[in-house]
Design a protein around this ligand. Structure first.
Ligand code: 6PG
Length: 253
């Protein structure tokens, strides 16, 4: 991993503005002509960020140059309140001028085993390969209070090291089927960004960044881009339990 950066924001607006500015710079530096690829995170954390971007920064980015994918999806219809695709559509996609062909959704209605294979083939086709593995420009990840990322849960942590590009998983408490990209793809990205906000995440953030040996049981602890960068984007609430030396090394915005 080239380097790990920690950024702590006083509010979501600052985090969103900083993210778009950062994205704009990265896209302008991208001369690949294959489109700037982002794997979006689901869950509730990014909702406000996507919405803020749609409402205030939608014209800051040339969406024609961006290809949007999903890091994971719940196996539900795309109009279901649980669907990450629905969440991203409602907060972002329906408000920005992005060509529909630049959006690559996971089909939550497909048979999970089949969809894991299908989406693996989509990523292999649409993304450049690095060491034979699809390479995202950016992978956005939230972190669960149990240390899960995307839909790789502690009780199925072996899926992180699957040789498959995508796997299907089962949510440990709801039993909901999920489709997820695996660590093979995550750690092959040029940049992985953890977006973690809220006091309820302060414990898991502090444990993961402290590097305690037991954190190896958390899928989030396995995230470390092989050649790329890792950025933690936190707010003051999720960062509140970090020890002082980590906070001093962080960028406060
Ligand atoms: C999902 C996400 C998942 C999420 C974490 C954090 O489909 O739910 O991909 O990995 O990022 O569970 O969720 P919150 O942002 O809701 O806390």
């Amino acid at each position: 991993m080239k380097n790990r950066t920690i950024k702590i924001f006083s509010d979501i607006e600052k985090l969103a503005n900083h993210s778009v500015g950062f994205l704009k710079k990265r896209i302008n530096e991208d001369f690949s002509n294959s489109g700037f690829s982002i794997a979006l995170s689901g869950g509730s954390t990014p909702k406000k960020i996507y919405k803020y971007i749609a409402d205030n920064l939608y014209d800051e980015l040339d969406w024609r140059k961006i290809k949007l994918f999903f890091g994971d999806e719940r196996c539900v219809p795309s109009n279901d309140e649980q669907s990450n695709y629905k969440m991203v559509s409602d907060t972002l996609l329906n408000s920005i001028n992005i060509p529909r062909e630049n959006i690559f959704k996971i089909d939550g209605e497909n048979r999970p085993e089949d969809e894991a294979k299908r989406y693996s083939a989509v990523l292999a086709k649409e993304l450049p390969l690095n060491n034979g593995i699809p390479q995202f420009d950016i992978v956005l990840l939230g972190i669960g209070e149990d240390g899960h990322i995307a839909s790789i849960f502690p009780d199925q942590i072996e899926k992180f090291n699957s040789k498959n590009i995508c796997e299907f998983a089962v949510h440990p408490s709801t039993g909901q089927n999920r489709i997820t990209i695996t660590g093979e793809v995550i750690n092959n990205a040029k940049l992985v960004v953890f977006i973690v906000t809220g006091e309820n995440k302060s414990h898991i953030v502090s444990e993961l960044l402290s590097g305690n040996p037991f954190t190896k049981y958390y899928p989030a602890s396995l995230v470390g881009p092989n050649e790329g960068e890792l950025i933690w984007m936190l707010d003051t609430h999720s960062a509140q339990l970090l020890d002082s030396e980590i906070k001093q090394a962080a960028t406060i915005l």
